[in-house]
Write a protein of this length. Structure first.
Length: 158
């Protein structure tokens, strides 16, 4: 009889331990999914604000001109970065280079360098990655002598 109880307790204990391990693993996956979801929500809201700016007949080139930013770098060459490049085509604003962690995988009409590269002096760096702006600003602020601004801030300021 004791063997049966010990066996049952062992089985229950093993199942509980397995559930704990699986719960911890799933909890980590849920946290990762939530982080990605928050990032995409922030991107959606920023792009929605951009649409509102365009619907009001405004464009970002006027913001840069008003602030004397004619030679810029764009940090983050994904969707928002590519859209910013397109928006500035045909304007007086010159995108001198892009900055991106995956610089070697990005094709653009200008140089794209990694954040660790020596950064050429320009008038301003526009960060399109809104969820990590503070970290990015901190990491590159020692490498340049120009303002580092968030695309999101520009869109709400214009």
């Amino acid at each position: 009889m004791n063997k049966g109880i010990v066996g049952a307790l062992s089985a229950v204990g093993g199942a509980a331990a397995g559930l704990l391990v699986m719960g911890k693993k799933l909890g980590g996956q849920v946290a990762d999914v939530r982080k990605m979801s928050d990032k995409h929500l922030a991107l959606f809201l920023m792009m929605n604000q951009w649409v509102k700016v365009k619907q009001d007949g405004k464009n970002l080139a006027t913001y840069f001109e008003r602030n004397g930013y004619y030679n810029i770098a764009i940090y983050g060459m994904s969707y928002a970065g590519e859209t910013l490049v397109e928006e500035l085509k045909g304007s007086n604003i010159h995108v001198k280079y892009g900055i991106d962690q995956k610089a070697d995988k990005i094709y653009a009409e200008f140089d794209v360098v990694t954040p660790d590269s020596l950064l050429e002096e320009i008038d301003v760096i526009v960060v399109t990655s809104i969820t990590f702006f503070e970290e990015i600003e901190k990491s590159i602020s020692t490498k340049v002598n120009c303002p580092i601004i968030s695309l999101e801030d520009i869109l709400y300021d214009i």
